[in-house]
Design a binder for this molecule. Sequence first.
Ligand SMILES: Nc1ncnc2c1ncn2[C@@H]1O[C@H](COP(=O)(O)OP(=O)(O)OP(=O)(O)O)[C@@H](O)[C@H]1O
Length: 239
Amino acid sequence: MIDIKNVSKSFGTKKAVDDIRFQVPSGSITGFIGPNGAGKTTTIHMMTGALGIDQGEILLNGIDIAKNPIQAKREFGLVPDSPDLFLRLSAREYINFMADIYQIDQSLRNQRIGQLAKDFQIESDLDQPLSSFSHGMRQKAIIIGALVCDPNIWILDEPMTGLDPESAFLLKEKMKEHAQKGNTVFFSTHVLEVAEKLCDQIVIINKGKICFDGTLDSLKEKFPNQSLEEIFLEVISNA
Ligand SMILES: Nc1ncnc2c1ncn2[C@@H]1O[C@H](COP(=O)(O)OP(=O)(O)OP(=O)(O)O)[C@@H](O)[C@H]1O
């Protein structure tokens, strides 16, 4: 579970995130949607401790990311907004680096790396440098780096970007399985069809403020006979 309590963040005079408050429950998939510049990545950076919080607090399974960052970071795996990281490492070196941080036993990690690389069809490329990978292949390596550690909370910033349809389908299935086991899945997306099909909960952010936070069913009850795209456009235009 992720608990965002009255969180704000400014860059100079620009208030990127303005007193937001919502919970991401365990056992479900929560989609985080909003237009460009709405504050999604800033919120995710604060959740994961990459960015300091000006006001408020964020708890990951009850652990405060600002007060106990090391302990809190053990609770989640992150797929960041850009996969262009550690480009001099091979995919295997990168994934092992992630597994080292989370202290995953060698035989268990080898088993997971083998299975995930097979699932995402990058087995034959594991020992090539990430710099030689296409965008989608880098995205797959970053996803495997997060999943190999089997964290309770998944935080995914536009995770489907660049993935081929087969891998996007596989990731969505893995997100569902992870949530069904009682874990927490939080992801941002601009693809509203994906959010509509996948999410139990929806959080809509615009201009740094939360416009809606609740179940997809309750959102659809409020706006009957409308697609998520139509609802989104209406909510955003009224914000
Ligand atoms: N390091 C920074 N310095 C100054 N302003 C920033 C910085 N990071 C973000 N911002 C501003 O904060 C606001 C929110 O940006 P953020 O990246 O969180 O949006 P987003 O919802 O993730 O957008 P997108 O969908 O385009 O990725 C924007 O106005 C952006 O210009």
